[in-house]
Design a protein. Structure first.
Length: 341
C-alpha cells in the first residue's frame, strides 16, 4: 500500500469543486445562464472566502478547457474560445471579488468597500461585453450576425399583432434590424451594459445569501442584507455634475464624453436605487406587522417588478428615496453593516 496516498480533500475544496462545476454547466444551459453565478455566491455564503476564491479558479479553468474543446470539436477555431473564456473569467472574477473581497493570499492589499467593488466589477463586465461586440467587426459585423434572427422575430410579431394597415406600415418601418441594432448599441454604450452587469451581480449576491439561509448554512459573515447599504456621501455631487454634462455633451456632439457621462450617471442612479431599496427593506423588516401583511407586501412587490411601466415607476421612486436620505434620517445609521462596507 502506498504510504504517500493523498489526504482526503477538505470540505472547502470539495465545495468549491462542486459549485464551480455547477456554475460552468449552468452557463451553457439556456435559461439557467442567468443564474450561473449563484453557485459561486453560495460557495462564499456557506463556506467562506477561501472556498469562494478556490471555486473561481476551478470555474475559470473548467470553462476554458470546455470552451477550447467545443471550439476544436466544431472546427470554429480558437478565437471564439478565447472570447468565451475571457468573458466568463471576467464576470466570475468580478463576482467573486464582490462577494468575498480580497483573496486570502493577499492580506496586505487595501480593502475596498463593497459598493466600489460592485462598480468596478460591473464596469469590467460591461467593457468586455462591448469589446466582444466590436470584435465581431463593429456595427457591420453585428448586423450580419443578428439580421436574420431579428427579421424572423419582428416578422412574427407584426403578423401576430393584428394591426391595421397604417399601424402595420408604421411597425414595419420602425422595427427593422438596422434600427433595432442601432437602438441596442446606443443603450448598451450609454449605461445599458453597465446596469445589466450590476444587476446580474446584485441579484446573484442577494440570491446566494437567501439560498444559504434556507439551507441554514452560514459559514461566512452575514453581510448580504440590502437594508444595511449606505451610498458614499460624494455620490450626490457626482450625480449633480453628470446631469447637465449629458445634456451639454449631447448638444455639442461630443459622443465619447457623452457616453462617459451617461455611464457615470447610471452608476450614481444604481447606487441610490440600492440605497432606496435598503430603506424600503429596513422599514418593512423592522416594523412589526402580521405575517399575512408581509406576504401581501411580498406578492405586491413581485407584481410591481414584473409589470412594465409600474416597475419603472418603482425604480424611480426608490432612486428618489435613496437620494432623500442625504437630508432625512430615514434609518439609524449602522456603520460597517451591509453592502456599503
Amino acid at each position: 500500500m502506498n504510504k504517500a496516498a493523498a489526504l482526503p480533500l477538505s470540505r472547502e475544496t470539495v465545495s468549491a469543486l462542486v459549485c464551480a462545476g455547477i456554475c460552468v454547466v449552468m452557463m451553457r444551459l439556456g435559461l439557467f445562464h442567468f443564474f450561473f453565478l449563484l453557485p459561486l455566491g453560495f460557495c462564499h455564503a456557506a463556506f467562506g472566502a477561501a472556498a469562494a476564491w478556490l471555486g473561481f479558479v476551478f470555474a475559470a479553468l473548467g470553462n476554458a478547457v470546455l470552451a477550447v474543446g467545443i471550439s476544436l470539436r466544431s472546427g470554429a477555431g480558437l478565437a471564439g474560445a478565447v472570447w468565451d473564456s475571457l468573458y466568463f473569467g471576467i464576470l466570475v472574477l468580478g463576482f467573486t471579488w464582490v462577494m468575498a473581497g480580497n483573496p486570502p493570499t493577499m492580506p496586505a492589499a487595501p480593502r475596498v468597500r463593497t459598493a466600489f467593488r460592485f462598480i468596478a466589477a460591473s464596469a469590467a463586465g460591461a467593457a468586455v461585453f462591448l469589446v466582444m461586440i466590436y470584435s465581431l467587426g463593429g456595427e457591420e459585423g453585428l448586423y450580419s450576425v443578428l439580421r436574420s434572427p431579428i427579421e424572423a422575430v419582428t416578422s412574427m410579431y407584426i403578423d401576430s399583432s393584428g394591426a391595421d394597415a397604417a399601424q402595420r406600415s408604421y411597425m414595419e418601418y420602425n422595427l427593422t434590424p438596422d434600427r433595432l441594432i442601432d437602438t441596442f448599441l446606443t443603450i448598451a454604450l450609454r449605461g445599458g451594459s453597465l446596469i445589466t452587469a450590476f444587476f446580474l451581480f446584485f441579484f446573484s449576491r442577494q440570491g446566494s445569501y437567501i439560498i444559504a439561509r434556507l439551507f441554514r448554512l452560514r459559514g461566512a459573515k452575514k453581510d448580504g442584507d440590502l437594508e444595511g447599504f449606505y451610498a458614499p456621501r460624494k455620490v450626490l455631487w457626482v450625480l449633480i455634475i453628470c446631469l447637465p454634462a449629458v445634456v451639454i455633451f449631447k448638444a455639442i456632439s461630443l459622443d465619447v464624453l457623452e457616453i462617459i457621462a451617461w455611464n457615470v450617471l447610471v452608476i450614481c442612479a444604481v447606487v441610490y436605487l440600492a440605497q432606496g431599496g435598503g430603506i424600503a427593506l429596513f422599514t418593512f423588516t423592522r416594523r412589526p406587522m402580521p405575517g399575512i401583511m408581509r406576504l401581501l407586501i411580498g406578492l405586491l412587490s413581485a407584481i410591481v417588478v414584473f409589470s412594465p411601466g409600474l416597475n419603472l415607476l418603482a425604480v424611480g421612486a426608490l432612486i428618489l428615496l435613496g437620494i432623500a436620505e442625504n437630508w432625512l434620517p430615514l434609518r439609524k445609521r449602522d456603520q460597517g453593516s451591509g453592502i456599503g462596507d
